[in-house]
Ligand binder design. Structure first.
Ligand code: PDD
Length: 285
Protein backbone atom coordinates (compact mmCIF):
# COMPACT_ATOMS: atom_id res chain seq x y z
CA UNK A 1 0.00 0.00 0.00
CA UNK A 2 1.30 3.45 -0.74
CA UNK A 3 0.82 6.66 1.12
CA UNK A 4 -1.49 8.91 -0.81
CA UNK A 5 -5.12 7.94 -1.22
CA UNK A 6 -8.21 9.74 -2.51
CA UNK A 7 -11.30 10.16 -0.35
CA UNK A 8 -14.35 12.26 -1.26
CA UNK A 9 -12.62 15.06 -3.15
CA UNK A 10 -9.30 15.06 -1.33
CA UNK A 11 -5.90 13.46 -1.78
CA UNK A 12 -4.51 12.65 1.64
CA UNK A 13 -2.26 10.27 3.55
CA UNK A 14 -3.77 6.82 4.09
CA UNK A 15 -3.45 7.22 7.86
CA UNK A 16 -5.56 10.40 7.65
CA UNK A 17 -8.40 8.86 5.64
CA UNK A 18 -11.54 8.28 7.71
CA UNK A 19 -15.12 7.30 6.92
CA UNK A 20 -18.07 7.61 9.32
CA UNK A 21 -19.15 4.37 11.00
CA UNK A 22 -22.67 4.76 9.59
CA UNK A 23 -21.32 4.53 6.05
CA UNK A 24 -23.52 1.98 4.28
CA UNK A 25 -20.39 0.27 3.02
CA UNK A 26 -19.50 -0.50 6.64
CA UNK A 27 -23.04 -1.26 7.82
CA UNK A 28 -24.44 -3.20 4.81
CA UNK A 29 -21.54 -3.81 2.41
CA UNK A 30 -23.59 -1.52 0.15
CA UNK A 31 -21.06 -0.56 -2.51
CA UNK A 32 -18.99 -1.55 -5.52
CA UNK A 33 -15.31 -1.65 -6.40
CA UNK A 34 -12.73 -2.05 -9.12
CA UNK A 35 -9.09 -3.12 -9.25
CA UNK A 36 -7.22 -1.53 -12.16
CA UNK A 37 -3.70 -2.82 -12.90
CA UNK A 38 -1.04 -0.23 -13.75
CA UNK A 39 2.12 -1.29 -15.60
CA UNK A 40 5.10 1.06 -15.83
CA UNK A 41 2.67 3.76 -14.61
CA UNK A 42 0.16 3.14 -17.44
CA UNK A 43 -3.30 2.02 -16.31
CA UNK A 44 -4.35 -1.02 -18.35
CA UNK A 45 -7.82 -1.03 -19.96
CA UNK A 46 -8.91 1.73 -17.61
CA UNK A 47 -11.95 2.49 -19.79
CA UNK A 48 -13.12 -1.14 -19.60
CA UNK A 49 -12.67 -1.22 -15.83
CA UNK A 50 -14.59 2.04 -15.47
CA UNK A 51 -17.38 0.83 -17.74
CA UNK A 52 -17.65 -2.27 -15.54
CA UNK A 53 -17.73 0.06 -12.51
CA UNK A 54 -20.65 1.91 -14.08
CA UNK A 55 -22.47 -1.37 -14.69
CA UNK A 56 -21.89 -2.37 -11.06
CA UNK A 57 -23.21 1.02 -9.90
CA UNK A 58 -26.26 0.68 -12.14
CA UNK A 59 -26.86 -2.80 -10.66
CA UNK A 60 -26.99 -1.17 -7.22
CA UNK A 61 -29.22 1.67 -8.53
CA UNK A 62 -26.52 4.06 -7.41
CA UNK A 63 -25.88 7.06 -9.69
CA UNK A 64 -22.24 7.35 -10.67
CA UNK A 65 -20.80 10.30 -8.75
CA UNK A 66 -18.42 10.96 -11.69
CA UNK A 67 -18.36 10.84 -15.46
CA UNK A 68 -15.98 8.44 -17.19
CA UNK A 69 -13.61 11.34 -17.88
CA UNK A 70 -13.66 12.42 -14.23
CA UNK A 71 -12.97 8.85 -13.07
CA UNK A 72 -10.08 8.60 -15.51
CA UNK A 73 -8.61 11.83 -14.22
CA UNK A 74 -8.88 10.66 -10.61
CA UNK A 75 -7.10 7.39 -11.38
CA UNK A 76 -4.33 9.16 -13.32
CA UNK A 77 -3.93 11.82 -10.61
CA UNK A 78 -3.61 9.15 -7.93
CA UNK A 79 -1.00 7.20 -9.93
CA UNK A 80 0.99 10.43 -10.29
CA UNK A 81 1.01 10.89 -6.53
CA UNK A 82 2.37 7.41 -5.85
CA UNK A 83 5.82 6.25 -6.85
CA UNK A 84 5.35 2.60 -7.71
CA UNK A 85 6.04 1.53 -11.31
CA UNK A 86 3.56 -1.35 -11.25
CA UNK A 87 0.54 -0.84 -9.03
CA UNK A 88 -3.09 -1.73 -8.78
CA UNK A 89 -5.55 1.06 -8.21
CA UNK A 90 -8.33 0.00 -5.86
CA UNK A 91 -11.48 2.10 -6.33
CA UNK A 92 -14.56 1.85 -4.13
CA UNK A 93 -17.91 3.63 -4.12
CA UNK A 94 -20.49 3.12 -1.38
CA UNK A 95 -23.98 4.52 -0.88
CA UNK A 96 -22.43 6.72 1.79
CA UNK A 97 -23.34 7.51 5.41
CA UNK A 98 -26.99 7.46 6.51
CA UNK A 99 -29.06 6.39 9.54
CA UNK A 100 -29.23 2.60 9.53
CA UNK A 101 -32.19 1.55 7.40
CA UNK A 102 -32.04 -0.99 4.63
CA UNK A 103 -34.12 1.14 2.24
CA UNK A 104 -32.07 3.71 0.32
CA UNK A 105 -31.63 7.07 2.06
CA UNK A 106 -33.51 9.97 0.42
CA UNK A 107 -30.35 12.01 0.17
CA UNK A 108 -27.45 9.86 -1.04
CA UNK A 109 -23.93 11.21 -0.64
CA UNK A 110 -21.72 8.42 -2.01
CA UNK A 111 -18.35 7.71 -0.47
CA UNK A 112 -15.58 7.54 -3.07
CA UNK A 113 -12.25 6.01 -2.11
CA UNK A 114 -9.18 5.17 -4.20
CA UNK A 115 -5.83 3.76 -3.13
CA UNK A 116 -2.81 2.24 -4.82
CA UNK A 117 -1.30 -1.11 -3.93
CA UNK A 118 1.91 -2.59 -5.21
CA UNK A 119 1.26 -4.95 -8.11
CA UNK A 120 3.48 -7.98 -7.85
CA UNK A 121 3.12 -10.63 -10.55
CA UNK A 122 3.01 -14.25 -9.31
CA UNK A 123 6.56 -15.48 -8.63
CA UNK A 124 8.36 -17.38 -11.40
CA UNK A 125 8.38 -20.60 -9.37
CA UNK A 126 4.60 -20.59 -9.03
CA UNK A 127 4.20 -19.88 -12.74
CA UNK A 128 6.56 -22.73 -13.66
CA UNK A 129 5.28 -25.28 -11.18
CA UNK A 130 1.62 -24.27 -11.13
CA UNK A 131 -0.67 -23.74 -8.17
CA UNK A 132 -3.16 -25.86 -6.29
CA UNK A 133 -6.85 -25.15 -5.78
CA UNK A 134 -9.82 -26.60 -4.00
CA UNK A 135 -13.38 -26.84 -5.26
CA UNK A 136 -16.46 -25.62 -3.43
CA UNK A 137 -20.14 -25.00 -3.93
CA UNK A 138 -20.79 -21.49 -5.21
CA UNK A 139 -22.76 -20.02 -2.32
CA UNK A 140 -23.00 -16.48 -3.74
CA UNK A 141 -26.07 -14.60 -4.95
CA UNK A 142 -27.13 -14.49 -8.59
CA UNK A 143 -25.66 -11.10 -9.58
CA UNK A 144 -22.03 -12.21 -9.60
CA UNK A 145 -21.59 -10.05 -12.71
CA UNK A 146 -21.53 -7.02 -10.38
CA UNK A 147 -18.27 -6.21 -8.61
CA UNK A 148 -19.72 -5.57 -5.17
CA UNK A 149 -17.82 -5.00 -1.93
CA UNK A 150 -20.04 -7.43 0.02
CA UNK A 151 -17.54 -10.25 -0.48
CA UNK A 152 -18.33 -12.45 2.51
CA UNK A 153 -19.02 -15.61 0.45
CA UNK A 154 -15.80 -15.01 -1.52
CA UNK A 155 -13.89 -14.46 1.72
CA UNK A 156 -15.18 -17.70 3.27
CA UNK A 157 -14.61 -19.63 0.06
CA UNK A 158 -11.10 -18.25 -0.40
CA UNK A 159 -10.25 -19.18 3.19
CA UNK A 160 -11.09 -22.82 2.39
CA UNK A 161 -8.16 -22.90 -0.03
CA UNK A 162 -5.95 -20.73 2.19
CA UNK A 163 -6.49 -23.22 5.04
CA UNK A 164 -4.79 -25.95 3.01
CA UNK A 165 -2.13 -23.69 1.46
CA UNK A 166 -3.85 -23.58 -1.94
CA UNK A 167 -3.97 -20.53 -4.20
CA UNK A 168 -7.62 -20.41 -5.20
CA UNK A 169 -11.09 -21.86 -4.62
CA UNK A 170 -12.91 -22.91 -7.78
CA UNK A 171 -16.68 -22.66 -7.51
CA UNK A 172 -19.43 -24.83 -8.94
CA UNK A 173 -23.08 -23.86 -8.91
CA UNK A 174 -25.36 -26.92 -9.15
CA UNK A 175 -22.23 -28.84 -10.20
CA UNK A 176 -21.48 -26.36 -13.04
CA UNK A 177 -18.22 -24.37 -13.16
CA UNK A 178 -18.64 -20.68 -12.43
CA UNK A 179 -15.35 -18.99 -11.43
CA UNK A 180 -12.70 -18.65 -8.75
CA UNK A 181 -13.19 -16.74 -5.49
CA UNK A 182 -11.27 -13.84 -7.11
CA UNK A 183 -10.54 -15.02 -10.66
CA UNK A 184 -12.05 -16.44 -13.84
CA UNK A 185 -11.41 -20.07 -14.73
CA UNK A 186 -10.38 -21.71 -18.00
CA UNK A 187 -9.87 -25.40 -18.77
CA UNK A 188 -8.31 -27.09 -21.80
CA UNK A 189 -9.66 -30.28 -23.39
CA UNK A 190 -8.09 -31.78 -26.52
CA UNK A 191 -6.54 -28.46 -27.49
CA UNK A 192 -9.78 -26.49 -27.00
CA UNK A 193 -10.08 -23.82 -24.30
CA UNK A 194 -13.27 -24.23 -22.25
CA UNK A 195 -14.72 -21.39 -20.18
CA UNK A 196 -18.11 -20.27 -18.87
CA UNK A 197 -19.89 -17.55 -20.87
CA UNK A 198 -20.32 -14.07 -19.40
CA UNK A 199 -23.60 -14.22 -17.53
CA UNK A 200 -24.96 -13.34 -14.09
CA UNK A 201 -22.97 -16.14 -12.45
CA UNK A 202 -19.48 -14.79 -13.21
CA UNK A 203 -17.68 -11.49 -13.14
CA UNK A 204 -16.94 -10.30 -16.69
CA UNK A 205 -13.17 -10.32 -16.18
CA UNK A 206 -10.96 -7.88 -18.03
CA UNK A 207 -8.13 -10.46 -18.02
CA UNK A 208 -10.67 -13.04 -19.29
CA UNK A 209 -11.21 -10.76 -22.31
CA UNK A 210 -7.45 -10.41 -22.86
CA UNK A 211 -6.98 -14.20 -22.75
CA UNK A 212 -9.81 -14.70 -25.27
CA UNK A 213 -8.33 -12.05 -27.59
CA UNK A 214 -4.88 -13.65 -27.39
CA UNK A 215 -6.39 -17.10 -28.01
CA UNK A 216 -8.30 -15.82 -31.06
CA UNK A 217 -5.16 -14.16 -32.47
CA UNK A 218 -3.18 -17.39 -31.93
CA UNK A 219 -5.91 -19.50 -33.55
CA UNK A 220 -6.61 -21.53 -30.39
CA UNK A 221 -10.27 -22.62 -30.39
CA UNK A 222 -12.54 -21.66 -27.49
CA UNK A 223 -15.78 -23.30 -26.38
CA UNK A 224 -18.11 -21.38 -24.06
CA UNK A 225 -20.40 -23.52 -21.97
CA UNK A 226 -21.69 -24.84 -18.72
CA UNK A 227 -19.16 -27.48 -17.73
CA UNK A 228 -19.80 -30.12 -15.09
CA UNK A 229 -17.34 -30.66 -12.30
CA UNK A 230 -16.47 -34.19 -13.45
CA UNK A 231 -15.47 -32.81 -16.87
CA UNK A 232 -13.35 -30.07 -15.31
CA UNK A 233 -11.62 -32.67 -13.14
CA UNK A 234 -10.72 -34.65 -16.27
CA UNK A 235 -9.45 -31.58 -18.17
CA UNK A 236 -5.93 -31.53 -19.63
CA UNK A 237 -5.28 -28.10 -18.15
CA UNK A 238 -6.85 -25.69 -15.72
CA UNK A 239 -5.99 -21.99 -15.33
CA UNK A 240 -7.21 -19.02 -13.35
CA UNK A 241 -6.95 -15.40 -14.51
CA UNK A 242 -7.23 -11.99 -12.87
CA UNK A 243 -5.70 -8.54 -13.01
CA UNK A 244 -3.39 -9.43 -10.12
CA UNK A 245 -2.73 -13.15 -10.81
CA UNK A 246 -2.41 -12.69 -14.62
CA UNK A 247 -2.65 -16.33 -15.86
CA UNK A 248 -1.82 -19.07 -13.43
CA UNK A 249 -1.93 -22.82 -14.08
CA UNK A 250 -3.83 -24.90 -11.53
CA UNK A 251 -2.08 -28.26 -11.39
CA UNK A 252 -3.82 -29.78 -8.39
CA UNK A 253 -7.52 -29.75 -7.55
CA UNK A 254 -8.71 -31.07 -4.16
CA UNK A 255 -5.39 -32.85 -3.68
CA UNK A 256 -5.59 -34.66 -7.05
CA UNK A 257 -3.27 -33.76 -9.96
CA UNK A 258 -4.82 -32.04 -12.97
CA UNK A 259 -3.71 -34.32 -15.87
CA UNK A 260 0.02 -34.95 -15.22
CA UNK A 261 0.20 -32.31 -12.49
CA UNK A 262 2.31 -29.87 -14.54
CA UNK A 263 1.39 -26.65 -16.36
CA UNK A 264 0.33 -27.73 -19.86
CA UNK A 265 1.52 -26.61 -23.30
CA UNK A 266 -1.43 -24.31 -24.01
CA UNK A 267 -0.93 -22.59 -20.66
CA UNK A 268 2.75 -22.06 -21.44
CA UNK A 269 1.89 -20.59 -24.82
CA UNK A 270 -0.79 -18.31 -23.37
CA UNK A 271 1.50 -17.23 -20.57
CA UNK A 272 4.18 -16.23 -23.09
CA UNK A 273 1.63 -14.39 -25.23
CA UNK A 274 0.34 -12.59 -22.14
CA UNK A 275 3.83 -11.55 -21.03
CA UNK A 276 4.69 -10.34 -24.53
CA UNK A 277 1.43 -8.38 -24.64
CA UNK A 278 2.14 -6.93 -21.21
CA UNK A 279 5.62 -5.77 -22.17
CA UNK A 280 4.73 -4.53 -25.65
CA UNK A 281 1.27 -3.06 -25.06
CA UNK A 282 0.34 -2.72 -21.39
CA UNK A 283 3.59 -1.06 -20.37
CA UNK A 284 3.21 1.58 -23.08
CA UNK A 285 -0.35 2.70 -22.44
N1 PDD B 1 -10.83 -9.75 -8.53
N2 PDD B 1 -13.95 -13.09 -10.71
C1 PDD B 1 -13.93 -12.57 -9.47
C2 PDD B 1 -14.93 -13.07 -8.47
C3 PDD B 1 -12.99 -11.58 -9.13
O1 PDD B 1 -12.99 -11.05 -7.90
C4 PDD B 1 -12.03 -11.17 -10.11
C5 PDD B 1 -11.01 -10.11 -9.83
C6 PDD B 1 -12.08 -11.75 -11.39
C7 PDD B 1 -11.11 -11.35 -12.48
O2 PDD B 1 -11.43 -10.07 -13.00
P1 PDD B 1 -10.29 -9.16 -13.68
O3 PDD B 1 -9.62 -10.00 -14.72
O4 PDD B 1 -11.04 -8.03 -14.27
O5 PDD B 1 -9.33 -8.79 -12.58
C8 PDD B 1 -13.06 -12.69 -11.65
C9 PDD B 1 -9.96 -8.64 -8.16
C10 PDD B 1 -8.59 -8.69 -8.73
C11 PDD B 1 -10.01 -8.52 -6.64
O6 PDD B 1 -11.07 -8.69 -6.11
O7 PDD B 1 -8.98 -8.22 -6.02
Amino acid sequence: MTDIVYLNGQFLALAEARVPVLDRGFIFGDGVYEVIPVYSRHPFRMREHLLRLQQSLAGLRLDSPHTLEEWEKLVVDLIERNELQDQSVYLQVTRGPAPRDQAFPKQVVPTVFLMCMELVAPPRELVEQGASAVSARDIRWDRCDLKVISLLPNVLLRQMSADVGAAETIMFRDDILTEGSASNIFAVENGVILTPPKDNHVLPGITYDVVLELAAAAGIPVEFGHFEKARIRRADELWCTSSTKEILAIVELDGQPVANGKPGPIFRRMYQLYQAYKNEVMRHG
